[in-house]
Design a protein around this ligand. Sequence first.
Ligand code: GAL
Length: 640
Amino acid sequence: MAIVYGGDYNPEQWPRETWVEDMRLMREAGVNRVSVGIFSWAKFEPEEGRFDFAWFDEVLDLLHASGVEACLATPTASPPPWFAATYPEAVMVDARGRQLTHGSRQGFDPSSDVYLAKALAVTEQVGRRYHDHPAVKLWHIHNEYGCHNARSYSRAATAKFRLWLRERYGDLEGLNAAWGTAFWSQAYSSWDQVYAPLPTPTIPNPGQVLDFKRFSSWQLLQLYKAEAELLRSIDPSLPMTTNFMTGSHPDIDLWEFAGAVDVVSTDHYLEGPTGHINLGFAADFARSLGGGKPWILMEHSTSAVNWQGRNRAKAPRELLRNSFSHLARGADSVMFFQWRASKQGAEKWHSGMVPHAGTDSKIWREVCELGARLGELTEIEGSTVEADAAILWDYQNLWAQEHEAKPTTDLDLQKVFNDYYAALWRAGITADVAHPEGDLTGYRLVVVPALYLMSRKAAENLKDFVRGGGTVLVTAYSGIADETDTVYLGGYPGAIADLVGVRTEEFYPLIDSTVGLVSGGTGAVWSEAAEARDADVRDTYLDGTPAWTVNRFGEGAAHYLTTFVDDATLDRIVSAAAADAGVEPAAHAPAGVEVVRRSHDDGRSWLFCINHLDHDAQVKTATTTVDVPAGEVVVHAEHP
Ligand code: GAL
């Protein structure tokens, strides 16, 4: 089977003559699937209850006749103007309590029953009309749940939040205990007193804020499930997905969403100078959410986006490097937003596969080259990526750390996480992304960046992993509070003090200063008065306080860091932990050359070598040397 290749196709933005040209160009580029219908609600239902699908019948027929499959979306991410005009309260309310209005997209309140009814009505029409159209191969439910309206603070949200809390805690006694309402006289005596966390004079209750984030994520999942159930009742044979945003937008708990899709799909856009490393994480996370199965890259960009303030066009070959990085990390589909760059509307400055410049362009030539190269790689379809290492990511830990009152606002979990992921990336170590309570058997090394919120179950999970011979690398500010954000007492890190063999009495956040290490490295943001009880000390602050410790625990080892070290020191520590764990890179390559292996069970494998440097490089495996020219991608077959 072929690797899927294509992008979002929005024919409603163009006259019919352009559709005919589109079909010809899709064939020229090797496009074999497009996502359609994503923003078509206003065309499908121009007035409430009046549907018009004739134009779309033609689109699907044209695609089918051109050999292009359709990933058919439910259009529910962008209600038409009549929706907000008729039901103004069904649009979201923001965190400051302002009722928003129509004018962009995702103009709905996820807790609104009216929205749900209207979304299901149009979904039913689309489902019944097209489920057996020969072009349609996959349902694309909605678009990026929570991209703009992840949390609505409406009256409807408050009402549903109360129900959700009753389900979670049973009674007010349970709620009061979980939220620690003995503090500041916050004890609730009736459910009517509980609200979505709207603005309040000072620091809000952390339990309330955390639970509202959990509720809001759950609420979006209910919307997905309602559409999915409806479509399944119409035709149980078509698989479904919704496009996640694994590298950004951390407001929905994808660990919970992942169980509800038939195949994981994700969107990724480069941000900043190390965007290609975040790309690696987004791709590894997509693979991990699907339990290692091949996944769909539903959107990325051929060149610049339009929403970053200063939008960088991709350098020559960068489109190919990015696409191959996703492929290397387990994607079986490479798709873009969008097929044809718009000439009007909010995203007219966003690149597409057919750019404003037309086909006489760098972008089009690279789009065609990519299509041709993917066409030659059909054999890799279905192959998988094996990882000996994992890095732990939990949204709820992030949500708890987003709270304003904490030891230091300089500790940015996403930065810490990215730094540790980047160190693995630089070392050429392929990592899965794992949930703290997930199955860790099969890994040798588990990296634990600032896992402040750690349930007892997660702590036991880590301990079992190390007892059984695994190695963990744990940073400061891990194992501090349980899932209700209640601090573990008796010294930090309370949940795992025995695992790391260290006890800390007090934190000393670094305020406008750094801490020198005896090894020559530097720590920033954080320091703590750690006492190594059982652990060996590998490095210290200049005053002798432990900076890096290793504790033998059962058959394995726990590395613990009491500050956030510079990159060179981090590289050294990650290499040491990997060596302890017996984890090897996919191949030996200079930093900046990405190497990842995909294989089939029958032994056929491919080493993807992606050279992000501006000079030629060599990648060495046990048996061979692969030359990788500057900026290029080489896919090296390693069949027995
Ligand atoms: C995604 C979205 C697309 C498009 C794209 C632009 O978040 O799904 O519709 O807006 O971003 O980068």
